[in-house]
Each structure stands twice: as structure tokens, then as C-alpha cells.
Write a protein that binds this ligand. Structure first.
Ligand SMILES: [Zn+2]
Length: 203
């Protein structure tokens, strides 16, 4: 993270257009492509701009670090294809329709540490969900009861994954509500940050 001027207003629109996107040219109204604004509970942020220099999770302005994060968004209707197409075809469709946006996220050190911990918890749960059914298959060859117990535990792991995603990961991280070619709609930003952003683009 670059050194932050404590007197600077991190929410202010850039005073000069970034040199790398002179899209609107001189003497014309600036384009919304430069500005971060609020839309309902989402922060609408241009892919190529910087977020305000404030912790996105707790609104602190000091001791910031940046976390390089890849937002991913898959249209929710693709989940509905599961029953029509089966898991393999759905995974292919999802991969084709998934939008990614990688960007630096300003966070304070404790929020960054919390984000990292919850990612570890999430992947541990995913690991259990993958490993338990495989173990159940091997165990069933030795003992039917052991196989059934492990299969039941796989179901528990699936529920645990849902709970971890909603209760552990979601409060500690940010997620994308939508991604297009120019913007990312970011959910999970602290209310104070959200409220200080303009509610829509003002040219
Ligand atoms: Zn924080």
C-alpha cells in the first residue's frame, strides 16, 4: 500500500483522470468508468480504479494493507441447470459464463488476518467434503457400517460448508453481486464506507 496522507479524503473523486484511461478526453464530462459509487447495498467499482484508502470491512483509515483478490461471479440461474444437464455439463456452463475481476482491496491488518483465517476454514471444509465420500467408498469395502457412518459425515460436511460460507466467510470477506466488462458490484463493504460514497454517478 502506498503511504496514505491522513488529511486526504479517501472518498473524494480523483482530481485528475488516471493517465491510463483517458477515455473521456479533455473538455468533456468525465465518464462513470472512473468513479466508485453506491447502488443499494453494493459498491459499484470500476475494474481499473482504486478503492478508497479505507478498510473495506471496518472503515479504519490507518495501518492499511492491500489484499489482492479475485472476485468471481457466476449467474445464479446456472445452478438451476443442474437438474436439466447434470453436474458435469453445469460445471462447464458455469466456467464459460463466470466473470472474474482481480483487484487490490484495502484492509486494516486485523481484517486482513480475519479474511485469511476464514479462507483457511473454508478450504478445510471443502477438503472434508471431498475427502469423506472417497473415504466412505474405501471404508465400505472393509466394513459396511464404517462406510455408512462416513457417508453420513459427508452430508454433515455439506451442511457445514453452507454454514461456514454464510456465517464465517461472508461477514469477513467481500463478494461480487455482479461483474461486467467495466465494473464490479461489491457486497460486504462496511456501512460507514458505503454511506460516504455518492449514491450514484454524478458527472
Ligand atoms: Zn478493518
Amino acid at each position: 500500500m502506498n503511504p496514505v496522507d491522513p488529511n486526504a479524503n479517501p472518498y473524494a473523486a480523483p482530481q485528475t483522470a488516471p493517465a491510463y484511461v483517458p477515455a473521456h478526453g479533455y473538455g468533456h464530462a468525465p465518464s462513470p468508468a472512473f468513479y466508485t459509487y453506491r447502488e443499494g447495498d453494493a459498491v459499484v467499482h470500476p475494474r481499473r480504479a482504486w478503492l478508497p484508502a479505507v478498510c473495506m470491512k471496518c472503515a479504519r483509515v490507518d495501518g492499511l494493507v492491500t489484499r489482492d483478490h479475485k472476485f468471481q461471479y457466476t449467474p445464479p440461474w446456472t445452478y438451476g441447470l443442474f437438474f436439466a444437464l447434470g453436474p458435469v455439463a453445469v460445471l462447464i456452463v458455469m466456467a464459460l459464463l463466470r466473470n472474474n475481476a482481480r483487484m487490490p482491496i484495502p484492509l486494516c491488518a486485523p481484517c486482513d488476518a480475519r479474511w485469511r483465517k476464514t479462507t483457511i476454514v473454508l478450504w478445510s471444509t471443502v477438503g472434508l467434503m471431498v475427502a469423506l465420500p472417497l473415504l466412505a467408498i474405501f471404508a465400505a469395502a472393509v466394513s459396511e457400517v464404517a462406510g455408512q457412518v462416513l457417508l453420513a459425515l459427508s452430508g454433515v460436511a455439506l451442511v457445514a460448508l453452507l454454514v461456514v460460507s454464510l456465517v464465517v466467510v461472508r461477514p469477513a470477506q467481500l463478494r461480487a453481486k455482479k461483474i461486467d466488462h467495466a465494473h464490479v458490484w461489491i457486497l460486504g463493504v462496511h456501512q460507514d464506507v458505503l454511506e460516504r460514497l455518492p449514491s450514484q454517478f454524478v458527472g
